[in-house]
Ligand binder design. Structure first.
Ligand SMILES: [Zn+2]
Length: 265
């Protein structure tokens, strides 16, 4: 997961959440320290993140890190249902960015929300990983979209949607069209995304406590990995990957340790 790290994100944090939440946003920012050029291969790769900066120590600690492999056979059974998790996504103004590592669509207006066990979180960003970060029963998927949400007190809840190759997905096309082709570019497109097109029709999900999947790998992130797999065209997934140079931008799965994955559905 990568969270807000662009100038617009800081602007957003001041306007929408005030100083306290702003500090959380910066702490959660995957690329706030531009002097440390982490990446996904070689010396800059995930196995070395923890040694690249004192602030990245969590990346190599044996804590509650993400992503993980979801072993469906050993997942505990939760209560699930709409009372547990509901999406209230609307059409709103978007900003977009191509960081070179990530294609992102940002939500500065704060109109889209989820409700998780009675608590509201506001959608702040959607970005893509190709291939997926989470795996299910050891199976990787060609793409995973992360919907990053934040509560008023700064807690993060990230919904992960896994995609397999299949039918063309109009919402993925909107995502591709919204994101600048050039690395380092930002855009304020006139269009919006039909977010319902990115979400499965079923609200079943796996939840577990985890972390940002990018430096500084901060923990206390609530993960919601949607159980239903979405489809996108092969060419669409290739185009999403091409936005960030066609290189993999997924962190390998981390040990689950003592944590329990709960299936809610
Ligand atoms: Zn992500």
């Amino acid at each position: 997961m990568e969270t807000v790290s662009w100038a617009g994100g800081r602007e957003f944090s001041r306007r929408q959440f005030g100083a306290a939440a702003g500090a959380v946003l910066l702490a959660a920012c995957g690329r706030s320290d531009d002097r440390v050029r982490w990446g996904y291969s070689g010396n800059r790769g995930p196995e070395n993140w923890g040694e690249m900066s004192d602030g990245y120590a969590a990346c190599s600690a044996e804590g509650e890190q993400s992503p993980v492999d979801i072993d469906t056979g050993s997942a505990a059974r939760g209560e699930g249902g709409a009372e547990e998790l509901s999406f209230a996504y609307g059409h709103e103004q978007i900003h977009s960015a191509n960081t070179g590592l990530f294609a992102k669509v940002k939500y500065p207006e704060g109109q889209s929300r989820i409700r998780l066990r009675g608590r509201e979180y506001t959608l702040i960003e959607i970005h893509s990983h190709t291939p997926s970060e989470h795996t299910i029963d050891g199976r990787s998927f060609p793409m995973e979209m992360h919907m990053v949400h934040q509560s008023p007190s700064g807690e993060l809840a990230v919904a992960g949607v896994l995609f397999e190759t299949g039918r063309v997905n109009p919402a993925v096309r909107q995502f591709i069209d919204a994101v600048p082709i050039r690395a380092g570019a930002e855009s304020h497109p006139d269009s919006t995304l039909d977010l319902s097109g990115l979400l499965p029709s079923q609200d079943s999900y796996y939840s577990y406590p985890g972390s940002l999947t990018t430096p500084p790998c901060s923990e206390n992130v609530r993960w919601l990995v949607m159980a239903d797999i979405q489809e996108a065209g092969r060419a669409q997934i290739d185009r999403v990957s091409a936005l960030t140079g066609g290189r993999a931008n997924n962190r390998p799965v981390q040990p689950l340790g003592e944590r329990t994955v709960v299936f809610n559905g």
